[in-house]
Design a protein around this ligand. Structure first.
Ligand code: NZQ
Ligand code: ZN
Length: 387
């Protein structure tokens, strides 16, 4: 296990009616709020009204930014920055899923930065002096509620890129599982895949002696395998929604990466290029690509780790590592299929004509992946096998 520093500043307010603490929390950081949300799910569920009541009861001035789309666009980010500057806002409050939270992070980062906010994903600028933000999460998936990352799409250049800074970790996040009851079947499944995929990205990565972190990772995978199907069949099952919600936060808050120098993240890099062009739901893209990536990187060197997952997570009792690994990867694919997620790019009507372009963009900063290094040709081959 390698040395590490681990600092998790996000306060989690977990459980029913925790939104009632919202006003008191915000007041510790600011008094003029940008309230950001998506296409309207928060209005249908009643969360919007509860949040507005909290803001009013606590004398918090607020301005709204609505209509943030899934795969959030840089145009929404620019608009949010403009609103913050115009109204002199000092706190950002996204209520919604990962897309709304990610846009809010980029807004928070951009308000006190003189250049264009797209500079952050393009690695032309570092986040130095962001506004504080707190979140109310409504979808178990990205872990954005507890990490410092954001993924933004530039619709003009058809690029989707990540940005990150510990300074962008939310100061608090409200996680009330009842707000996730209304997430539909498709997004519940996609969210479950995303959580599992985050685990895979840090689990299938170089590093020795991380038994504890691997065991936590395996438990999070088992949680998704146990409760993902329950949430699909019984959307208002509190136990299932609560376990998935907390799994999502723990899967990508840095915990499972401790003691390792880096995760792999090639699959996410490839998926982001697909959804940048085709606006595919992130988790659906991962359901297609992650099993293909696993098969592609499987060799004598990587087989033992895949076999470990097969035995500890899927109860596959094969003595031979390669056989266990192959069966474990098959189990992942079958599980994603059982959630009605797509299994190939053809399933979601994505043709092969942009593969070269996607691969080049995925490798824009050089080779990707750490479990196995991948170049442009490798990425093209993975996309072909995903067709
Ligand atoms: O826009 P609204 O009306 O709110 O509807 C949303 C949206 O249509 C809906 N939804 C959310 N909560 C709901 C609900 N519908 C009913 N009831 C609720 N309680 O669900 C749809 C999808 O929402 P979105 O926020 O896009 O989903 P998700 O949380 O999966 O976020 C996906 C985005 O996050 C990025 C992805 O690439 C994608 O852009 N990621 C962010 C990461 C991070 N910040 O760490 C890491 C991830 O790997 C990922 O890349
Ligand atoms: Zn993801």
């Amino acid at each position: 296990m390698e040395n590490f520093n681990f600092h998790l500043p996000t306060k989690i307010l977990f459980g029913k009616n925790k939104v009632n603490e919202l006003g008191q929390e915000i007041k510790q950081y600011g008094s003029r709020v940008l309230l950001a949300y998506g296409g309207g799910s928060v209005k249908k569920t009643g969360l919007y009204d509860q949040v507005v009541e909290q803001l009013r009861n606590n004398d918090l001035f607020f301005v709204e930014l609505s209509g943030i789309q899934p795969n959030p666009r840089i145009t929404s980010v620019r608009e949010g920055i403009r609103l913050c500057r115009e109204h002199n806002l000092d706190f950002v409050l996204p209520i919604g899923g990962g897309s709304v939270i990610d846009a809010a992070k980029a807004i928070a980062a951009g308000v006190n930065y003189e250049g264009d906010a797209w500079d952050f994903p393009m690695q032309k600028a570092k986040v130095t002096n962001p506004l504080p933000l707190g979140t109310v999460l409504t979808l178990a998936a990205t872990g954005s509620e507890m990490n410092g990352n954001a993924v933004i799409t530039n619709e003009e250049t058809q690029e989707k890129r990540g940005m990150g800074s510990d300074l962008l970790r939310p100061v608090f996040s409200v996680l009330d599982p009842t707000y996730t009851f209304t997430v539909n079947r498709y997004h519940t499944a996609a969210g479950t895949v995303d959580i599992m995929s985050h685990i895979f990205e840090n689990y299938f990565a170089p590093g020795e002696g991380t038994f504890l972190q691997d065991s936590i990772a395996e438990s999070i995978l088992k949680t998704c395998i146990k409760y993902g199907p329950v949430a699909l069949e019984e959307p208002e099952n509190y136990e299932a929604r609560a376990n998935l919600l907390w799994a999502g936060s723990l899967a990508l808050n840095g915990l499972t990466l401790t003691g390792k120098s880096m995760g792999d993240w090639a699959t996410h890099g490839i998926e982001h290029e697909v959804s940048a062009i085709y606006d595919l739901t992130h988790g659906a893209g991962l359901a297609i690509i992650h099993p293909v990536w696993m098969r592609y990187v499987l060799d004598e060197k990587t087989a033992p780790k895949f076999a470990q997952m097969a035995r500890n997570v899927w109860n596959i009792n094969e003595a031979d590592d390669m056989t266990a690994a192959e069966k474990g990867i098959e189990a992942v694919r079958n599980f994603f299929n059982s959630l009605d997620m797509p299994a190939s790019l053809s399933d979601v009507d994505i043709p092969g004509d942009h593969f070269e372009e996607m691969a080049k963009k995925a490798c824009i900063f050089g080779k990707i992946g750490s479990f196995k290094r991948l170049d442009v040709d490798d990425v093209v081959e993975i996309l072909k096998r995903a067709l």
